[in-house]
Design a protein around this ligand. Structure first.
Ligand SMILES: C[S@@+](CC[C@H](N)C(=O)[O-])C[C@H]1O[C@@H](n2cnc3c(N)ncnc32)[C@H](O)[C@@H]1O
Length: 316
């Protein structure tokens, strides 16, 4: 049995049947859960098994990392040794393609001649895949729990390694639908300047929001004039968000945060780096605050956290 299958079967034992009496069921943002059969839904929920990716992604010693990649990271002020070198290594050919270079020597010469193309190299080396309401089951779980965080005041939410912003806007939309957005402070950070510039603009291809329920699309996304294939996140969501270029491996955003969302980034980092980041994030969470993780990621058991749903942990 593969590690992934093992993870599924172990966790499947604790699967919970969807609650048909849930009063917030009408706030199913993507509608995708309804399309899945119950066994598939449970399987998806239970792919939230920390550590299942370790064996797939591998973790070469940093000294095996291609010197060109190390050099690119150093030029960008990033710490290549903090990443799983096998993952970075696999991105090398995309990076060369993006720079239109036939090899690493030519790529380096291009970057030395024109350092403004460093963004192109970094964008290719770091995986920036994201989407609105990525893993809808996680958002389903969160919307059931999140009101317990509000305590009548404004919420402080941080999406660390937020990519192009879809994750934080999904949270903003969810809070708005739950009447919890007003006065809240939502911060998105990523080390890629291009990603943050994109997030700030809040403009996306219409195709990217196709999984969001039509009624919510109409309400929260505005067609962009003269660009019918694009939409912009409504000002009523954008006004509560702020964005910052920031290297998570260098430090964390000072808390206390009610919710920290760190998803689908830890899997690319060296295990010891990941442990250090989890520790720092948990320190910045307020007691009772929530940590949202990716499906295959999970913080150390030694941290003062209680798992309250598949990918959601509460600080004790
Ligand atoms: C796969 S995306 C995940 C985006 C989003 N959290 C999600 O789950 O859909 C990983 C993001 O981590 C960012 N990243 C990589 N290294 C980082 C670092 N040292 N500090 C901050 N962000 C980083 C990448 O730029 C990329 O946008």
């Amino acid at each position: 049995m593969s590690a992934l299958q093992q993870g599924l079967s172990v966790s499947a034992m604790s699967a919970q049947a969807p609650d048909k009496t849930d009063p917030l069921r009408h706030l199913d943002f993507t509608g995708s859960c309804r399309e899945l059969s119950r066994p598939r839904r449970e399987a998806r929920r239970l792919r939230c098994v920390p550590g299942t990716w370790d064996r797939y992604l591998g973790s070469n010693p940093p000294e095996q990392l291609n010197p060109f990649i190390r050099w690119v990271f150093a030029q960008a002020g990033l710490h290549a040794a903090g990443y799983r070198s096998a993952v970075l290594q696999r991105r090398l050919s995309s990076c060369l393609r993006a720079l239109r270079a036939s090899g690493v020597e030519e790529a380096r010469a291009i970057l030395e001649r024109d350092p403004s193309r460093l963004n192109v190299a970094i964008n290719a080396l770091l995986v920036g895949v994201t989407e609105f309401f990525r893993d809808p089951v996680v958002f389903d779980d969160l919307r059931r729990i999140i009101s317990s965080l509000a305590r009548g005041g404004r919420l402080r939410i941080w999406s660390a390694a937020c990519a192009q912003g879809q994750e934080l806007y999904s949270l903003a939309l969810m809070l708005a639908e739950l009447n919890l957005l007003s006065g809240s402070d939502l911060l998105g950070t990523d080390c890629r300047a291009d990603a943050i510039a994109w997030a700030c603009r809040g403009e996306y291809a219409r195709l990217e929001i196709r999984s969001i329920r039509p009624v919510l699309r109409e309400k929260w996304f505005i067609p962009v004039k003269e660009r019918p294939e694009r939409v912009r996140v409504a000002t009523d969501l954008r006004r509560y968000t702020r964005w910052q270029v920031d290297d998570l491996l260098r430090g964390v955003q000072p808390g206390p945060w009610d919710l920290i969302c760190w998803r689908n980034h830890a899997i690319y980092l060296a295990p010891e780096t990941t442990r250090a980041v989890w520790r720092r994030l948990v320190r910045e969470l307020r007691p009772g605050g929530l940590l949202l993780t990716g499906r295959a990621e999970g913080p150390d058991r030694a941290l003062p956290l209680t798992r309250v749903a598949g990918c959601i942990y509460r600080k004790r």
